[in-house]
Design a protein around this ligand. Structure first.
Ligand SMILES: Cc1cc2nc3c(=O)[nH]c(=O)nc-3n(C[C@H](O)[C@H](O)[C@H](O)COP(=O)(O)O)c2cc1C
Ligand SMILES: CCCCC(=O)C(=O)O
Length: 378
C-alpha cells in the first residue's frame, strides 16, 4: 500500500484484483449515470478560501456523531455485498472503522450476518435496514440488531423501487450468477480473490439466507429478496419501526426540503442527504446541490449527514462547510476493501483524514466545529 496516495489508486487496484462483475457493481450507477457523475463533479466545483498566517498547529478532526465521540466526521455507509469484494468483507471493513474510531454501518444486503460481525468485533456497529414486505422477518431482523447491540439503525428510504444499473445486467450480476466463458476466465485470473471468498464465512445474503423459510436455496433466496422490496412503504411505517427499535434512528436517502421537514417530525435523530450514490433516481440533483437548502431548513432540528461522491478529504470539507455534521462514504472504502481487505479500508480512511487535516490547515481552521461556509470562496 506504500505507493497508494489517493482513493483513485485504490479504485484502480480494486479493478485489477476483483472480478469485473463485482467491481462494476460497486463502481457504476443507474441508467445514464448522470446523477452518479454529478455527485463528484458538483463537489469539485466548490472552491476554498485560502487563509494564511493563522496558527493551525493544533488541528483536530475529532467530533461527535449522534452525541458519541468520533475520531473524525466520517461514517462507513451501508454497502451491500461487501463480502463479494473481499472474503468476510463486512468484518474487515468494520474492524478498520473501529480501529480508526469511526462508525461502520452494516447493510441488510450483507454477505456476513449481523451475528457474524458481532462475534468478530468488540465494539457496537450500526445496522442499515431495508423494509421488506415480510414484516415478521423485518421485526426479527430489528430484534437481531438489538441483540447484537447495534448502536444506531439506518433506515434507507430511497429504494422502494430499484433503479436499474445497466452494467449489472450486462455482467449477469444475479444470484445465482450467470456464468460465461469470459467470466470463468476473469475469476481464474483472480486467485487471491477466489481463495479469500472461499475462506469467508458465507457467499450469500447472511441476514436472509436460512432466516426465511426456503431461502437456504440460492435461487429461492434471490427470488424471495427481489420480490420483497416494499413499494407500499410510507411515513406511517416509521412509527411501527420506532415501536420496535428503541435506539437512535437515521433516515437515509433524503434529497427534498419537504421530505427533510417531515423526517424531522418523526423523532429520528438524523437524516442522510443522499441519492444513494447515483444508483437510484437518475436525473436527481447531486447530493451537494441540495445540501445547503436542507441544512438551512432543518439543521437546527435534526443532525445532518451527507453522502454522494466523496473521494477526497477536500470533498468532506466542502460538505461540512455546506451544513453536514458528518459524511458517509460508500465507494471510497469499498475500493479499499477490494484493493487490500482491512488494510485497504484503513488506507482509504487514512487518506481522507490526511487530506481533510491538510485542507483545514490551508483554510486556517483548527477544529471541525469551526468549518462553515466561511472556508469557501464565493
Ligand atoms: C456497491 C454499493 C452498494 C450499496 N448498498 C447499499 C445498501 O445496501 N444500503 C444502503 O442504504 N445504501 C447502499 N449503497 C449506497 C451507499 O450507502 C451510499 O449512499 C453511497 O455509496 C454514497 O455515495 P459514494 O459511493 O459516492 O460515497 C450502496 C452503494 C454502493 C456503491
Ligand atoms: C437491491 C439493492 C441492494 C443494495 C443496494 O442498496 C445497492 O446496490 O445500491
Amino acid at each position: 500500500m506504500k505507493h497508494i496516495t489517493c482513493i483513485e489508486d485504490l479504485r484502480q487496484l480494486h479493478k485489477r484484483r476483483v472480478p469485473k462483475a463485482f467491481f462494476d457493481y460497486a463502481d457504476r450507477g443507474s441508467y445514464t449515470e448522470d446523477t452518479l457523475r454529478a455527485n463528484s463533479a458538483d463537489l469539485q466545483q466548490i472552491k476554498f478560501r485560502q487563509r494564511i498566517l493563522v496558527d493551525v498547529s493544533k488541528r483536530s478532526l475529532s467530533t461527535t456523531i449522534l452525541g458519541e465521540p468520533s475520531a473524525m466526521p466520517l461514517i462507513l455507509a451501508p454497502v451491500g455485498l461487501l463480502g463479494m469484494q473481499h472474503g468476510d468483507g463486512e468484518i474487515y471493513a468494520c474492524r478498520a472503522a473501529q480501529a480508526a474510531g469511526i462508525p461502520f454501518t452494516q447493510s441488510t444486503m450483507s454477505i456476513c450476518s449481523i451475528e457474524d460481525i458481532a462475534a468478530a468485533v468488540d465494539k457496537p456497529f450500526w445496522f442499515q435496514l431495508y423494509v421488506m414486505k415480510d414484516r415478521g422477518f423485518i421485526k426479527s431482523l430489528i430484534e437481531r440488531a438489538i441483540a447484537a447491540k447495534c448502536s444506531a439503525l439506518v433506515l434507507t428510504v430511497d429504494l422502494q423501487v430499484i433503479g436499474q444499473r445497466h452494467q449489472d445486467i450486462k455482467n449477469g450480476m444475479t444470484v445465482p450468477p450467470e456464468w460465461s466463458l469470459s467470466k470463468l476466465i476473469d475469476f481464474a485470473t483472480k486467485p487471491a480473490w477466489v481463495s479469500g471468498v472461499l475462506q469467508g464465512k458465507r457467499r450469500t445474503f447472511g441476514n436472509i439466507a436460512g432466516h426465511v423459510k426456503g431461502t437456504e436455496d440460492l435461487t429461492k433466496l434471490s427470488e424471495w429478496t427481489a420480490s420483497q422490496f416494499d413499494t407500499s412503504l410510507n411515513w406511517k411505517d416509521i412509527d411501527w419501526i420506532r415501536s420496535i427499535w428503541p435506539g437512535k434512528l437515521i433516515l437515509k436517502g433524503i434529497l427534498d426540503v419537504e421530505d427533510a421537514e417531515l423526517a424531522a417530525k418523526t423523532g429520528a435523530q438524523a437524516i442522510v442527504v443522499s441519492n444513494h450514490g447515483g444508483r437510484q433516481l437518475d436525473g436527481a440533483p447531486s447530493s451537494i446541490e441540495v445540501l445547503p437548502e436542507i441544512a438551512d431548513a432543518v439543521g437546527s432540528q435534526i443532525e445532518i449527514m451527507f453522502d454522494g461522491g466523496i473521494r477526497t478529504g477536500m470533498d468532506m470539507m466542502r460538505a461540512l462547510a455546506l451544513g453536514a455534521k458528518s459524511c458517509m462514504i460508500g465507494r471510497a472504502y469499498a475500493y479499499g476493501l477490494g484493493a487490500g481487505g482491512q488494510e485497504g479500508v484503513a488506507k482509504a480512511i487514512d487518506i481522507l483524514a490526511k487530506e481533510l487535516t491538510t485542507t483545514m490547515g490551508l483554510c486556517g481552521v483548527n477544529t471541525i466545529a469551526e468549518i462553515d461556509d466561511h472556508v469557501l470562496a464565493v
